[in-house]
Design a protein around this ligand. Structure first.
Ligand code: AMP
Ligand code: MG
Length: 534
């Protein structure tokens, strides 16, 4: 047993990005263009009275960090009030396509990386403070974050991890003691809200947009240096980046990982909400939890993001296409590293084939089926998609209840009518008899398909329960945790943290957290809709 683990203020930091990339060290936080550099050295701006609200014990144990007290030097470090000798804080320079248009330089406008700590398995993990004050990339904004959006990022990144979705992580949530003014509805009613800072953790926070920035500025040396850094550190299996073929295989691997991430999102009903290219991780991780949401009624056109209500570019059903579009933009940047841009096309094709194959395999597991006739199964999945989209069925409840009902029906076909009735009653918000009929007819096709399976009902149940979570971070649950936390009560947040650690377990004592969205949450801001104001 180690006698004592370091806290974040005593842990040694490495600074690979700062040491290996080109940085600007003026420490000038005034908003401006920063041509020629990968990053700017910055100093976090201290806050009034930092206090720890939440801490991820498992992540900390993996990183080899001890839990800090509510106040003190470790929390000061997590709030940017204390920068230790081995930290070299920086803000990265990146650009991006926002809602389909090139936006030029964006960069870390409020996220400040402290450097990397070495986890218990020897791998380095970057720690980044979101909301730690202005940087050269803050444009006209304040570099801060409010408690509501920070709590949402903290909870959801950890929840996604426990669902098995590739994601950045969150170590801590700190209340700053400062107020931050936000016009949450963009309707000219700014309000002062409690400020907060999340310490996010990932191997690296490099995004598609970092490469786009260098390419768009014609900084090809910087582009290549950043590509080589990412390949050497995070894709070592590709070997030394000595020639174009390494970049080609690298792009294929980025595409493959992005496809797997998208398949996961679709499988659990996650809607990112702002899939701009500056919000796409070069490691294929879910990154930047803003106006995201979880499908409750299954609706491919649903997006929680009010800014996107007009075009619904980032709606649930659009996400796989957007993933491809974003990779296309990355390919345009990486094309400068290869003799012929056509060499990158196989990566785009690999995205599509990997997405299809992964999605298909995940759907089979969600329905407790083993692969048989692929074309027939595709048709079965498509019919389910249509039946669900046409009725108001809660996605999570439908698949979870199906995981119990299907094996029972497989065992005793005579039980089907009652089992399906119960399933529909539990999962539907409101459905006309016609819409219900579509679902019933799909269920009877599914029942025939189930009869072809040779696995024991118990094995089918196990497969389905491991693919269909019971607990997801329903939009209204996050909102309840926020309202309680703003009033000083952390119990709702803590309970959610506990329950979302084992989202596939029954946890009968927490049944109410798996309940259908209540009526009051249907249109309520924060529950049904979210703005980008954060
Ligand atoms: P997002 O939509 O959160 O991914 O942010 C897009 C860009 O705006 C990024 O460059 C952010 O750093 C920047 N940004 C968002 N909010 C703020 C803020 N409060 N202060 C400074 N920059 C911000
Ligand atoms: Mg972002």
């Amino acid at each position: 047993m180690p006698t004592s683990l370091p806290t974040i203020d005593t842990a040694p930091f490495q600074n690979s990005f700062v040491d290996e990339m080109r940085g600007e060290a003026s420490f000038d936080n005034r908003p401006r263009q920063v041509p020629g550099y990968h990053y700017s050295r910055v100093q976090p701006t201290p806050v009034q009275d930092p206090r720890l609200l939440a801490w991820s014990d498992e992540l900390a144990a993996y990183l080899g960090l001890a839990r800090p007290a509510e106040r003190g030097p470790a929390v000061d470090a997590l709030a940017g009030n204390l920068v230790t000798d081995t930290m070299k804080p920086f803000a990265a320079r990146y650009g991006g396509h926002q809602f389909g248009s090139w936006a030029g330089q964006l960069g870390d406008g409020r996220a400040i990386s402290l450097g990397e700590v070495t986890a218990t398995d020897g791998t380095p993990w970057e720690i980044q403070l979101k909301g730690a004050g202005p940087t050269p990339y803050s444009r006209r904004a304040d570099g801060r974050a409010v408690l509501r959006s920070s709590l949402r990022e903290f909870l959801c990144s950890e929840a996604m991890h426990y669902l098995g979705v590739p994601t950045t992580r969150a170590l801590s949530l700190v209340r700053t003691g400062d107020l931050v003014v936000r016009d949450m509805f963009y309707n000219g009613n700014p309000q002062a809200e409690p400020g907060a800072i999340v310490a996010r953790v990932a191997p690296t926070f490099v995004r598609f947009g970092n490469f786009q920035m260098m390419a768009s500025a014609g900084e090809l040396d910087n582009l290549r240096a950043l590509a080589d850094y990412v390949i050497r550190r995070y894709y070592p299996e590709l070997g030394e980046p000595t020639g174009p073929e390494v970049y080609v295989r690298w792009f294929e691997e980025i595409s493959r990982r992005t496809a797997v991430m998208l398949a996961h999102w679709m499988s659990v009903g996650f809607v990112h909400g702002v899939m701009n290219t500056d919000n796409m991780s070069i490691l294929g991780l879910t990154i930047d939890y803003g106006p995201y949401g979880w499908l409750e009624p299954y609706d491919p056109d649903w997006t929680p993001n009010t800014t996107d209500f007009g075009s619904r570019r980032y709606a649930y059903g659009q996400q796989p296409n957007v993933g491809l579009w974003n990779l296309w933009q990355l390919a345009r940047a990486l094309a400068h590293l290869v003799p012929d841009p056509e060499l990158l096309r196989p990566g785009l094709d690999l995205y599509s084939s990997t997405f299809e194959a992964t999605r298909h395999a995940m759907m089979l597991r969600k329905l407790g089926l083993t692969s048989r006739n692929e074309a027939d199964d595709k048709a079965l999945f498509e019919a389910l998609h249509e039946a669900l989209a046409e009725s108001e069925v809660d996605m999570t409840l439908f698949f979870r209840h199906l995981s119990h009902a299907a094996p029972a029906v497989r065992q005793d076909p005579a039980a089907a009518a009652a089992a399906w009735r119960e399933l529909l009653a539990a999962a539907t918000y409101s459905a006309s008899p016609e819409e219900e009929q579509k679902l019933r007819s799909w269920l009877s096709h599914y029942q025939q398909r189930l009869q072809q399976e040779t696995a024991a009902p118990e094995a089918i149940r196990e497969m389905m329960l491991a693919a269909n979570p019971k607990y997801v971070l329903r939009n209204y649950l996050a909102q309840q945790a926020i309202e309680a936390a703003e009033a000083g009560d952390l119990t709702v947040l803590e309970r959610l943290m506990t329950v979302l650690k084992t989202p596939f377990a029954e946890q009968p004592e927490h049944e109410e957290l798996a309940a259908k969205r209540p009526d009051w949450a249907r249109e309520k801001p924060g529950c049904a809709t979210l703005s980008c104001s954060s």
